[in-house]
Design a protein around this ligand. Structure first.
Ligand code: A3P
Length: 320
């Protein structure tokens, strides 16, 4: 994958290195492409997005999980993977379930990473294909927009996304780079400069299309999912075409999936080891709570963000 990343970087670099650029949260700079900030030299990056747009072919049976980083991607991957594939594992011991041994990111790939693979993740036998993406709606490859595939979007309160991203970035910055201050992170977030941001544009893009095409896009929030996971998991399963049957309900299948995918369980499974790209597994499991921002934001910061969110979401029935 690394070799392919270098090849793809070389192929596309002349197209994007002249674009507006900002200091990044992790190691690489962020480039503005089609109105959104993207990392570079990364598996999810401006160059892999461009390559995906050029080559990726969606299938009508595909399912896409769209999120901004730190909005609950890992959790959503776990929930969808275990729901859609539940028949494959139902008669096996729980300890053999992939989520009991592997990071959800290894179970359900980003579509942006497909261009880095020498052979595609899915062969026809494994339909439907499950992919995640951090791409904004307007940058999705045409074939995803045109096909009858389904998209699930999960968003999260902007203040918790900011706090989560701040910790994640500092975790990955390592010792070679200065640790970022929260003030610096706040400044960048309010300017919209986050990977795949601005936050508000990303959320709004999917939200509006979701209103117009409710059978194509399901809009979920991290907060709702936290508040009543079984309720929203049932809705999600139904939307994806995998509703829980009465028999499954009677057996407690919903609760089993909820507890398999719970923060407590997954954070235990992912205490050690790392993804092939080097990110430690534990970095995706920090607190897993709603409202952790209260520990980090001053009243003034909170009011500033509320004001921006109010302006950006003006006219939308969207409270986050
Ligand atoms: P915090 O940093 O606030 O704890 P992403 O998966 O999009 O990178 O988002 C990471 C955030 O989701 C982190 O938030 C992480 O702790 C939280 N998270 C990961 N797994 C979770 C789970 N199973 N349930 C709830 N939250 C989870």
């Amino acid at each position: 994958e690394e070799a392919n990343l270098a090849l793809i970087f070389d192929k596309y670099k002349d197209k994007f290195t002249t674009f507006p650029k900002e200091k990044g949260w992790m190691t690489e700079e962020l480039y503005k492409y089609q109105g959104f900030w993207h990392q570079s030299k990364n598996v999810v990056s401006v160059e892999t997005v461009m390559a995906t747009q050029d080559t990726f072919q969606a299938l009508p049976t595909d399912i896409y999980l769209a999120t901004l980083p730190k909005s609950g991607t890992t959790w959503l991957k776990a929930l969808v993977f275990s729901t859609v594939n539940r028949n494959m594992y139902k008669n096996k011991p729980l300890s053999s379930h992939p989520l009991q041994t592997s990071n959800p990111h290894n179970c359900l790939p980003f579509v942006e990473c497909e261009v880095l693979k020498t052979s595609p993740t899915y062969v026809d036998a494994y339909l439907p294909r499950l992919f995640a993406t951090h791409m904004p709606y307007t940058s999705l490859p045409q074939s995803i927009l045109d096909s009858r595939c389904r998209i699930v979007y999960m968003c999260r309160n902007p203040k918790d996304v900011l706090v989560s991203l701040f910790h994640f970035a500092n975790n990955l910055r390592g010792k070679s780079q200065n640790v970022m201050t929260f003030e610096e992170a706040f400044e960048m977030f309010t300017k919209g400069v986050i990977p795949n941001g601005p936050y508000w544009d990303h959320v709004k893009g999917y939200y509006k299309i979701g209103l117009e095409q409710p059978t194509k896009i399901m809009f979920l929030t991290y907060e709702d999912m936290k508040m009543d996971t079984p309720k929203y998991l049932r809705r999600l399963a139904k939307f994806l075409g995998y509703p829980f049957t009465e028999e499954e309900e009677a057996k407690g299948m919903v609760e089993d999936i909820v507890s398999l995918c719970s923060f407590d369980n997954l954070s235990k499974v992912n205490k050690h080891g790392s993804l092939s790209i080097g990110i430690p597994n534990y970095a995706f499991f920090r607190e897993g709570k709603v409202g952790d921002w209260r520990k980090h934001l001053t009243t003034e910061m909170s009011e500033t963000l509320d004001q921006i969110t109010k302006e950006k979401f003006d006219g939308l029935d969207l409270v986050l």
